[in-house]
Design a protein around this ligand. Structure first.
Ligand SMILES: Cc1cc2nc3c(=O)[nH]c(=O)nc-3n(C[C@H](O)[C@H](O)[C@H](O)COP(=O)(O)OP(=O)(O)OC[C@H]3O[C@@H](n4cnc5c(N)ncnc54)[C@H](O)[C@@H]3O)c2cc1C
Length: 392
């Protein structure tokens, strides 16, 4: 049986950040993981370049039953603090659209930085360790693993969400929360492509490969980014973003031409008594295959001069408010995150400690705080891990 101060379950973004901070305070820390290497998700993130944070971080970029919960952590360990670490390690990075920061070379450099900080802080990372049981004991917690038992005063759950089980994601964190009587907000797959009902799939599969800048909305939320038609459904950043808000059975609204007013454009052609066919006019703005899939061929063959105002509104509506009801999403197999998780009402926003169970902490994606696409999820992992690391 091994005695230590802090046991962290999950040796990836949030777990290692917490472990580093606790180690720096002189705490004896062990980070356990069932994987054969640490930080697997970091390594595959951002197409291998890790979009490690964003220049513009605010609570509005996160989904949570309590939208204020994340604010405290971001104010104490911000994107600038993480950028400072990256610069200290001379990791070259660059900015892409929407303030997203990526490594110039490889995500591996972020993993190496965390491991190096762990080494300096005396953190022991123990891989290939299966967690068999977790229980509370008089002075902390007992964790039973395939490699023996450990006792620790503090227990940090940093086991992430359940997206991409192939990468080692498991519901362990939710199970531990439930075991200790903590509420878990229903998890679901986020940042994930949509699948379509058979009739829509047949209609839109031929558009596979078309990408266009659009505005997609669900209820009050909208995103202006690329949409990508795939042979399975709808993807691209705008669709991934909205998937975290979407609810099964509901309709998405897509403005396929957000920069122009089609009604006005068609009206101008009509005023000029233009003999141009509608399909010719639309083809100046959108791919022909898309136009044919969305608008009745009889309307497309009309001339602008002959178009009634009702038909004009109908065409503009099909383009500016294309309504599509997905069949579902690709699910956890390809989702970049899990929305939902340990209810923030159960945790202190300052320490990430459970209100009910002294010494039990939850950090990172396992908590009901989910970021948008764009480096927001890692920043939550760094900030929440850092905060817990000050108290464990
Ligand atoms: C393909 C992909 C690309 C992404 N790209 C980005 C990006 O560029 N930018 C961004 O901000 N976010 C990105 N994300 C999201 C980001 O990776 C996660 O939000 C982040 O890794 C969460 O950190 P975490 O430490 O909380 O959990 P994780 O990184 O998921 O770590 C959890 C750890 O716990 C371990 N574990 C799980 N279950 C058990 C168990 N039963 N026993 C022992 N150990 C266990 C896992 O092996 C893992 O090491 C991406 C996600 C995916 C899937």
């Amino acid at each position: 049986m091994m005695q230590t101060d802090v046991i962290v379950i999950g040796a990836s973004a949030s777990g290692l950040m917490c472990a580093i901070e606790a180690g720096k305070r002189g705490r004896r820390v062990i980070a356990l993981d069932h994987a054969n290497k640490s930080c697997k998700k970091i390594l595959i993130s951002g197409g291998g370049r890790c979009n490690f944070t964003n220049l513009d971080i605010s609570a509005e970029n996160y989904i949570s039953h309590n939208p204020h919960f994340c604010k405290s952590a971001f104010s104490r360990f911000s994107q600038w603090d993480f950028i400072g670490m990256v610069e200290k390690y001379q990791i070259a990075y660059h900015e892409r659209d929407h303030g997203q920061l990526f490594c110039d070379e490889s995500a591996k450099l972020i993993r190496d930085m965390l491991e190096s900080e762990c080494e300096k802080a005396g953190v022991h990372i123990q891989l290939e360790t299966e967690i068999i049981q977790v229980s509370q004991i008089p002075l902390g917690f007992e964790v039973t693993t395939n490699r023996g038992k450990l006792h620790g005063e503090s227990l940090v759950i940093a086991s992430g969400g359940i997206s991409i089980p192939k990468m080692g994601a498991t519901p362990l964190g939710y199970k531990i929360a439930e075991q200790f009587g903590l509420n878990v907000c229903q998890p679901f797959a986020g940042l994930v492509p949509f699948t379509l009902h058979d009739h829509d799939k047949a209609r839109f599969a031929p558009l596979s490969g078309i990408a266009l800048d659009c505005e997609v909305s669900f209820r009050q939320q909208s995103f202006r980014e690329n949409l990508l038609f795939t042979h399975r459904g709808l993807s691209g950043p705008s669709m991934l973003q909205i998937s975290s808000y979407w609810r099964a059975g509901e309709t998405l609204h897509v403005n396929l031409l957000p920069d122009i007013d089609l009604n006005q454009v068609l009206d101008q052609y009509k005023q000029q008594s233009s003999r141009l066919q509608i399909k010719t006019i639309l083809a100046q703005h959108l791919p022909k295959r898309l136009i044919v899939a969305l608008i009745d061929v009889k309307l497309l063959e009309q001339t602008a001069a002959n178009l009634s105002s009702q038909q004009r509104l109908q065409i503009a509506g099909s383009i500016h408010d294309w309504q599509i009801k997905p069949n579902g999403t690709e699910g956890y197999r390809t989702a970049e995150v899990t929305v939902g998780g340990v209810d923030t009402n159960e945790l202190s926003s300052k320490t990430m400690q459970s209100h009910k169970i002294n010494g039990l902490y939850f950090v990172g994606e396992v908590v009901d705080v989910t970021g948008w696409l764009g480096g927001y999820n890692f920043q939550w992992a760094w900030s929440s891990g850092w905060c817990a690391g000050q108290y464990v």
